[in-house]
Design a protein around this ligand. Structure first.
Ligand SMILES: Nc1ncnc2c1ncn2[C@@H]1O[C@H](COP(=O)(O)OP(=O)(O)OP(=O)(O)O)[C@@H](O)[C@H]1O
Length: 369
């Protein structure tokens, strides 16, 4: 049985279709990366899995159950970190976590302190006074502390510095080693490359590529900047023009900078010929970086990624009809410390209040859905 399975999942917000017939399968005990540019539909997918919002069509199974009917018992088996946490509360981080521990089920002794320590979080500060990054850490502790069967993490490292990101990736690996399943959304490719076993790339609500990280060509796009001394623009341009068929250069700019020639280019494919081409010059500066995921997706799967045919695309056919969103659910108690996703609201969802935490049960606030 898959830990998560969606079939022909479809979601419309009014006239806008956010998910087109999405098929996903996440095997138990694996780390699954859901990546894609902004607006691709990652958050929408995760929120449907948690029954924070309802699909317009298709099937969903989470830990073998339909999230719409799983109730608190299913939610206790899931740890969730929404994308942008908005935390309120006069209580301290420890107070908040103790509250969630009561609803989520048993938390091993010392686990909260251990996690806080590893992430560098002061549990004695009042939640409302915490910085964005520290609130994010608190969200991570509440998701991991009860060692749930499934972790659903929406852009979990946003706002975290690189050291804390590393600690987080270690937590993910340990969770997988314990047999937990992790679904991780991100628009940062390198994060997924380090953590995930399997990946699905979403673009405009469709899966445009799926497989193990290495088999996707996304890592094959890099942006390079270099400074070359004692050379002319023409000679550098000429050298870069002789790279073989394994390498394609996009947006090549070779300009006369102050004292040396500046090169900026997006490399698709093998970087080795470029490095060799530059090696004949005196290189005074060189950076090679990951481009936006959006750029990678568009480069490799075409401008119409998600809408038109592409080599490794799974084609999707929207269902001919799909039910409208269900009516809002009843409000949840407002006093306990809250974790919420702060996101754009559209008129069609004016009454909705989005994601909630869920060390324990996901609560629908103020008519969420
Ligand atoms: N409540 C809403 N009402 C109307 N449209 C929405 C709503 N929420 C999301 N959308 C739209 O649905 C599409 C998918 O959005 P979603 O937030 O799922 O994408 P995402 O991949 O998580 O992007 P990001 O990384 O920017 O959060 C976008 O076009 C977005 O504008």
């Amino acid at each position: 049985m898959a830990a998560i399975e969606t079939k022909a999942l479809h979601k419309r917000y009014g006239q806008h279709t956010a998910l087109h017939s999405l098929d996903l399968r996440v095997e138990p005990g694996t780390v699954f990366g859901l990546i894609g540019p902004n607006g691709a539909g990652k958050t929408t997918t995760l929120r449907i899995l948690l029954d924070v919002i309802r699909p317009s069509g298709g099937e969903v199974r989470v830990l073998g159950e339909d999230p719409q009917h799983g109730g608190p018992a299913l939610r206790r088996r899931i740890g969730y970190v929404p994308g942008e946490l908005r935390l309120d509360g006069r209580t301290t981080g420890r107070g908040m976590l103790d509250f969630y521990a009561k609803v989520s089920g048993p938390v091993p002794a010392g686990r909260i302190d251990e996690l806080a320590d590893r992430l560098g979080l002061d549990l004695d500060r009042r939640v409302r006074t915490l910085s964005k990054g520290n609130k994010q850490k608190l969200g991570l502790v509440q998701a991991f502390m009860h060692e749930p069967e499934l972790l659903i993490l929406d852009e979990p490292t946003s706002g975290l510095d690189p050291l804390v990101q590393r600690a987080f990736l270690q937590l993910v690996r340990e969770a997988r080693d314990r047999g937990q399943t992790i679904l991780l959304s991100s628009h940062v490719l390198s994060e997924i490359q380090q953590a995930a076993d399997e990946v699905a790339v979403l673009s405009a609500g469709r899966v445009v590529a799926a497989g193990d990280v290495a088999s996707l060509r996304l890592g094959a796009v890099r942006r390079m900047r270099a400074g070359i001394a004692d050379a002319s623009v023409a000679s550098v341009r000429d050298a870069l023009g002789r790279t073989g068929a394994e390498t394609t250069l996009h947006d090549l700019e070779v300009t006369d900078g102050t004292g040396h020639v500046r090169v900026a280019v997006t490399i698709e494919g093998d970087v080795d010929p470029i490095v060799k081409a530059l090696a004949r010059f005196r290189v005074v500066d060189l950076t090679l970086e990951e481009p936006d995921l959006e750029e990678s997706v568009l480069r490799l799967y075409g401008e119409g990624a998600g809408a038109e045919a592409a080599p490794s695309r799974r084609e999707a056919t929207p269902p001919s009809s799909a039910p409208a969103d269900p009516p809002p659910s009843s409000p949840a108690p407002s006093d306990p410390p809250r974790l919420r996703r702060d996101r754009r609201r559209q008129p069609s969802e004016a009454a909705s209040s989005g994601d909630l935490p869920s060390a324990g049960p996901v609560q629908h606030e103020g008519g969420a859905r």
